[in-house]
Ligand binder design. Sequence first.
Ligand code: AMP
Ligand code: ZN
Length: 458
Amino acid sequence: MKVKLYNTLTRKKEKLVPIAPGKIGLYTCGPTVYSRAHIGNFRTFLFEDILKRTLESVGYEVYHIMNITDVDDKTIKKANDEGISLKKVTKKYSSEFMEDVAMLKMSPADEYPKATDYINEMIEMIQQLIDNEIAYLSDDGSVFFSIEKYGDYGKLINLDLSGQKHTERVETDEYSKDNPQDFALWKSWKEEDGNIYWDSPWGKGRPGWHMECSVMSTKLLGNHFDIHCGGVDNIFPHHENEIAQTCGALGSQFVNFWMHSEHLVLEDSKMSKSVGNMQNVSELINEGHSPESLRFALTSSHYRSKLSFSNAKLEESKKSVRRINEIYIALSKLADDHSELPNEHDLFMNALCNDLNTPKALGELFNYIRELNRKLDSNSLNSYEAGQGLNFISAADQIFSFIQTDESLPKDIENLVSKRESARKDKNWSLSDEIRDELKSRGWIVEDTPDGSKCYKT
Ligand code: AMP
Ligand code: ZN
């Protein structure tokens, strides 16, 4: 099946032609671990999850890297504001992120590299840029990328720099596209950085955020790989700078497809950690929403349209998930094992292969379910058709994960969960926490919901 994807770089839908036949290298910008990721972040992470599972469903072997940004302006500020070590801050939010990934039934990445494990490689790439005369050292020991010397800057955002006389410098990780400037590759140590720094040929300091993804992506996927994703706010400056640095240093091709998902918005304002209007996955699950309905709410709109998130949307998603699960159970009782996939499954896959058109794909599935329900109501569904329906829903579930299987817990895990519940009843919080940690070390996450404890496999 042919896959077409919208490429931000060329501003059109293009046929996906893998660099190595049958294989896809996928890099998705991961969380900045200075606070718990919000559902806006998970809109993007789930778009990437659907992309990866669609590619796998059509037969590609996908190698997926998601980085963890564990040093940047925001993480350093958080650590120093709270007077705790950077490691402690980033460890806490990384592990909360992994809990959310498991709760949302996301297909785990093959690797989750941490930026702080790649500082030497970043220093090497910066040195290469200095050697190539595209980067320069400033008086205070910071290293900047010269967009004038590079000469090919602005491709992703479609900037025309021809009228630009001179550029100034910007030190912060994020800035606006109205004012493209030389940006920091290496930031020299400042008093407010406290004890957070690494040694380098230019003195003590730390890498710029953009450098992190240039290095982790190429080290783990090779200099030239297939797809790089993020949310639209990553286009500029993050991905623009990544292209400039990587191509400037390595002189080779970098990424074939750049893909970006639009933002999730609440009441018309972008949801963001700094605005403080965010909700997170565990809050919503603790309020009683199922991971499946949350997934559905976050993936059923097209990834290139803004997603307006509301309680009404969650309620609607809950109903859709219930409809799928009800018919799934009814079909399981009737299904013939020898049935094949119905033709309607092709329509579903065609929609996904056309730039991940999830609303169209789900529309095809619901049309089919409506027809099955009609036949079920009139007792005219035969076992072969029931088997076809079951196959279709199971195949769709490989991509969306909306089937709510009541996974029976292994006996030892079940015992620990009920021991913890008794501890909670007795208000023995330290024992309850101890058991939570024990469950975690065995690969299970326990969440307390209004309906009691729920356990998920990590
Ligand atoms: P961050 O932790 O800020 O680095 O963001 C992680 C990912 O979430 C990035 O790909 C961002 O582009 C994306 N993102 C941030 N805010 C939103 C939002 N409101 N809606 C969708 N994606 C977002
Ligand atoms: Zn990134």
